[in-house]
Design a protein around this ligand. Structure first.
Ligand code: GTP
Length: 599
């Protein structure tokens, strides 16, 4: 293969600016997929991606393009997610590319995630091609958006393709720009010892672990013995191929190509995304540079509702980790919820998506506790510990002080929302840092605030205040001392460890009050009275009571009404599916995350 004719690129953008739609058009124009096979958002292959209309997993596909000057090119396109929680997927895709197409919505302009993705692309030394999308919409303001890109990112937009990914208008210009602006793979020499970067993987029942790879040097073929440079394990390659986007087998993958390999690997732990593959009999000396592993910042407990599902849950997590290497977990037990796992996530959406995928793809019924950040606790005996579960906070007498993670938040918003958003940040204990002018209508607010406050309903409030227009991103800046206490929730006089939370003293009373009220709404009546209390140590901050049922809903029915009775009971059972019995109180899933939606 002529290496000068290969182009490897990603499409990056803020959420909803049209990456997946552009990928669809490119597949169509290059006839990679026929019109008949075309369905919307072809590369978003998971159900949950289609339903939510978002990309979660990266996806790669090989396509062929005949340029206007009649040369044949091989493109590898890697679609990437736009949401901040999946930035890890973006940075991995970028490590396999030489260029990135930056899609910006002509009706919206530069958003927080546009910037964050550009920084990632620049870190990977990628050539960036700005593309202005949605020009078919009447509210498109191409000149303003061009100016924004030039001012905030510093990329020349005079030749940026102006397209409609929806109608296909000018999409061909993007393909020509890829040919002329993105360099072919550097150092792609077939004769060198093999070095291939693993940038993704998943588990297949028949093939074992399937790895997405970018071959940097050398080539990889069926039957070859390969070695993983991180652990020196050797496997024989059983299949190699590309995606078109159908899984397509090939005999060899050459230097410069992006594709997949399988080697009958059944032990998931043997594979590390970011590892370098070399050949056993002619190994490379140095591995490729991997990527920095992102540390999860948000943790929650996840428990099977049916304790018999524990083993299945454990196996599901192992498989999930393969296709989502940002996931971390360890076993945990809760008095209230039994055996489960403490699982770490990059953010809240990531947490929701993982839970949903686990339930759907592995047929599990799970319950998740309210998320928590990691606290650093300094003890009076001079030692310090880290805590990802509020229930584990030691007695207050043993604590000297507690530190929590702080983030630097950048919010991009229209001028009208600036005042309200500043109040929101202040209410969330934010410290004002700066306000920057993007253009005459938009501003960037910069605040430092506790990460925990971002988890507690920041996103929803930001969206409702700005009527959906503001966007934000954040970077962890480090740990700072805060005035924190543990608040416990008692149901029927029993402390429920899964409800414990660490709160800023300022908010303890207010949140205790709101939470007990919310739990009263969410926990159904039982046949006895259930007091709900919020307490710090022995001090009760708030109390609500769930009244008892008067009567069994079915007791009055006659024998002839048996079928109706059965129906009623079944209905009750259905409703209980997502309930967990704690002590003798039935608690629904929503109760555990109610704390996230307190006013
Ligand atoms: P994520 O994968 O969630 O990050 O989003 P994305 O950037 O891939 O956006 P997607 O392609 O899903 O497009 C978002 C919405 O914008 C969809 O409803 C598209 O139909 C629409 N859209 C995309 N491109 C255009 C366009 O050129 N014109 C118009 N009118 N709508 C578009």
């Amino acid at each position: 293969m002529d290496k000068s004719k290969i182009r490897n690129f990603s499409i990056i953008a803020h959420i909803d600016h049209g990456k997946s739609t552009l990928a669809d058009r490119i597949l169509e124009i290059t006839k990679t997929v026929s019109k008949r096979e075309m369905q919307e958002q072809l590369l978003d292959s998971m159900d949950i991606e289609r339903e939510r209309g978002i990309t979660i997993k990266l996806n790669s596909v090989q396509l062929h393009y005949k340029s206007k000057d009649n040369e044949d090119y091989v493109f590898h396109l890697i679609d990437t997610p736009g949401h901040v929680d999946f930035a890890y997927e973006v940075s991995r895709s970028l490590a396999a590319c030489e260029g990135a197409i930056l899609v910006v919505d002509a009706t919206q302009g530069v958003e927080a995630q546009t910037l964050a993705n550009v920084y990632l692309a620049l870190e990977n030394n990628l050539e960036i091609i700005p593309v202005i999308n949605k020009i078919d919409l009447p509210s498109a303001d191409v000149e303003r958006v061009k100016e924004e890109i030039e001012n905030t990112i510093g990329i020349d937009c005079s030749n940026a393709p102006l397209i409609s990914a929806k109608t296909g208008l000018n999409v061909e210009d993007v393909l020509e720009a890829i040919v002329s602006h993105i360099p072919p793979p550097k150092d792609a020499v077939d004769q060198e010892p093999l070095r291939a970067l693993i940038f993704d993987s998943y588990y297949d029942k028949y093939l074992g672990v399937v790895m997405s790879i970018r071959v940097r040097q050398g080539s990889i073929k069926v039957g070859q013995k390969i070695k993983f440079m991180s652990n020196s394990l050797v496997y024989e390659v059983t299949e190699v191929g590309i995606k078109t986007p159908k899984i397509t087998k090939k005999a060899t993958l050459e230097a410069g190509e992006v594709g997949w390999i399988a080697a009958s690997i059944k032990t998931i732990k043997d594979i590390n995304v970011g590892d370098t593959i070399t050949s056993e009999n002619n190994p490379a000396l140095e591995p490729l540079e991997g990527y920095k592993k992102l540390k999860p910042m948000v943790y929650c407990g996840i428990y099977p509702i049916d304790t018999n599902q524990y083993q299945d849950f454990k196996e599901a997590l192992e498989k999930m980790e393969l296709s989502d290497s940002s996931l971390v977990y360890e076993p945990e037990t809760s008095q209230a919820l039994g055996f489960g796992f403490r699982v770490g996530f990059l953010g809240l959406l990531h947490m929701e998506v993982v839970q949903e995928r686990l339930e759907r793809e592995y047929d599990l019924n799970l319950i998740a506790t309210a998320p928590s950040v990691i606290y650093k606790v300094y003890l009076t005996d001079g030692s310090d510990i880290t805590i990802d579960n509020p229930a584990k906070l030691p007695d207050p007498q043993k604590i000297k002080y507690i530190e929590e993670p702080f983030v630097n938040v950048k919010i991009m918003t229209s001028l009208e929302s600036v005042g309200d958003l500043m109040s929101l940040c202040q209410n969330k204990l934010g410290t004002y840092r700066d306000i920057q002018v993007i253009d005459d209508k938009r501003r960037m607010l910069i605040y430092d605030m506790p990460l925990a406050e971002i988890i507690f309903d920041f996103f929803n409030k930001l969206k409702s205040i700005s009527r959906g227009y503001a966007s934000f991103e954040y970077d962890i800046i480090g740990y700072q001392e805060s005035s924190l206490v543990k608040m416990d929730i008692l149901l029927n006089g029993n402390k429920v460890d899964a409800f414990s939370m660490i709160v800023n003293k300022q908010f303890a009373y207010q949140r205790g009050n709101a939470l007990t009220k919310k739990l009263k709404e969410l926990i159904p009546r039982q046949n006895f009275e259930v007091p709900i209390q919020a307490a710090i140590g022995n001090k009760v901050l708030a109390r609500e009571t769930i009244k008892a049922y008067r009567k069994d809903v079915t007791w009055k029915l006659h024998a002839a009404d048996k079928s109706r009775r059965k129906k009623l009971l079944n209905k009750q059972k259905e409703g209980k599916k997502k309930m967990k019995e704690i002590g003798n109180v039935e608690v629904p899933q929503e109760a555990f995350i109610a704390v996230l939606k307190l006013d």
